[in-house]
Design a protein around this ligand. Structure first.
Ligand code: ADP
Length: 469
């Protein structure tokens, strides 16, 4: 059985302890992930600190290395995608897309020119310039739902800006990130990219290290708040991409047969394990029955299975805890009078599968509606008045994404502007424009990832004021 090693200072490191990683579709072992000791985390941060000055000094070498990273990923797309499918559960066609997206992200930054310094004043007395300086060592802590692209979206701009990095993947899906480290071992100079694995305690140790200047995190609200509090002691910079409870509003004029498929995938892609998936569906009462019927029909002919089976449309939940959480939310909704139109149960097979589930008869006050379910269960809620739907959509501590579905695009855009969401869609959900910053309102995050705003997070500004006399 394969053991996957840490990457520290350009070397692969086996460890005293290793954690078994299961395939959520079969509950069989996929491999073992090296578990970093605190000393190994410290060694990784020290290596990153040592590598920093040289790396920061040579922007052309950085772009060349990022271009090489893209080609290494492209050459290894198949094994990396298969490993994501095996440890995370998602069908291969989607994990192939994830790796292709990661390679495209490296390519994008390989060709990206950092914004030029701004000259704020230039005359006989003074030159005043605004320049960017990299921060130093960045810690990237990532979740289990889309492990490679979520890391590369941090890694590529952080390294491009001249920082060095220590990454820590989730303990539920560490293997693909450790394989990425193995593949990129000789692409970057020793110490520029380091990968340590382990649980939250390893992440906490990394995030508290005094040499870490910025923590870029994607994960749960609870852990994000804890990281933010921990970072305050040292005034470390943080970027937090947290959970969501995205509402989709279907207006009375929507064309149900035309939108049902997109709504289904907006809610169920990756078995609902997406921070900005549709998690609450508000539907005008006149369309409630046909839309529920269309979603039920789609859910019932969905092929569940292993990510490696080409027939599979939806894989399992990624880990047992998540399956248990989804089961508990559905049981609680039933207790509170929910109607389960389809699904609602774990199929009789090995693995952490849960049948795609459409539920109605619940609203605010029920955990399935108020919280982030992160699973293949969609509550559908009828509304009479769109103002009421807007109010319900915004009555949430989350503010990641939201969408409005209508044949009247102008009205859709007007309504979506009133929803509290950093990502606002009309007649679609999930599409993320590569150049656009991604960030959530309220509890869904702090700061931005991607785009110019995201890039800025990996530098500090320096005002250089030169007296000419
Ligand atoms: P999830 O519920 O998605 O597993 P978490 O927010 O717990 O979400 O996990 C996201 C990432 O944060 C994982 O890599 C996990 O190991 C890490 N993590 C968990 N607890 C902490 C912590 N206290 N400090 C730093 N990282 C942590």
């Amino acid at each position: 059985m394969t053991h996957y090693a840490l990457l520290i200072d350009g070397q692969l490191h086996a460890t005293e302890h290793a954690d078994e990683v299961l395939d959520p579709a079969t509950e069989q072992t996929v491999g073992y992930a090296a578990r970093a000791s605190h000393a190994q985390v410290d060694a990784a941060v020290d290596a990153a600190q040592r590598a920093f000055a040289g790396w920061a000094a040579d922007p052309q070498a950085r772009r060349t290395a990022l271009a090489l990273a893209a080609s290494v990923l492209r050459e290894n797309t198949q094994p990396l995608a298969e490993l994501i499918s095996r440890e995370q559960g998602r069908p291969l066609r989607f994990t192939l897309g994830e790796v292709a997206g990661a390679a495209a992200t490296f390519d994008h930054y390989a060709g990206f020119e950092a914004p030029a310094p701004e000259v704020l004043r230039d005359d006989e007395q003074r030159q005043v310039r605004l320049e960017r300086r990299p921060l130093g060592v960045v810690a990237a802590i990532t979740p289990w739902n889309v492990p490679i692209i979520l890391l590369v979206l941090k890694l590529a701009p952080a390294l491009h800006a001249g920082n060095t990095l220590v990454a820590k993947p989730s303990e539920h899906t560490p293997l693909s990130t450790l394989l990425l480290g193995q593949l990129l071992k000789d692409v970057f100079p020793a110490g520029v990219l380091n990968i340590v694995a382990g649980d939250g305690a390893v992440g906490e140790h990394l995030s508290h290290h005094p040499l870490v200047r910025h923590i870029t995190f994607t994960g749960s609200v609870a852990t994000g708040k804890r990281l933010y509090a921990g970072a305050s002691h040292d005034l470390k910079r943080v970027t937090l991409e947290l959970g969501g409870n995205d509402a989709a509003l279907v207006l009375a004029d929507a064309d149900v047969p035309a939108i049902a498929e997109a709504l289904f995938w907006g809610a169920f892609w990756n078995s609902g394990q997406v921070c900005f998936a549709i998690k609450r569906l508000y539907v005008h009462r006149s369309l409630f029955e046909p839309l529920v019927a269309a979603l039920v029909a789609r859910a019932q002919h969905t092929r569940l299975g292993s990510g490696l089976d080409p027939q599979t449309e939806l894989g399992p939940l990624t880990n047992r805890q998540q399956l248990e959480r989804v089961k508990a939310l559905v049981a609680d909704a039933r207790d509170q009078g929910a109607v389960v139109h389809t699904g609602g149960a774990q199929p009789d097979r090995p693995g952490y599968f849960f049948a795609p589930t459409i539920i109605s008869g619940v609203g605010a006050g029920v955990a399935l509606v108020d919280e982030e379910q992160f699973g293949p269960v969609l509550p559908v809620i009828a509304f009479d008045d769109v103002e009421d739907a807007i109010r319900q959509a915004n009555a949430s501590p989350f503010g990641l994404g939201a969408s409005v579905w209508t044949q009247d695009i102008d009205q859709g855009a007007a309504i979506v502007r009133r929803l509290d969401a950093g990502l606002a869609w009309v007649n679609q959900h999930l599409d993320v424009h590569p150049g656009a910053p991604k960030g959530g309102y309220k509890w869904s995050g702090l700061g931005y990832e991607g785009g110019a705003r995201g890039y800025d997070a990996f530098s500090d500004l320096q005002v250089i004021n030169i007296a000419r006399h």
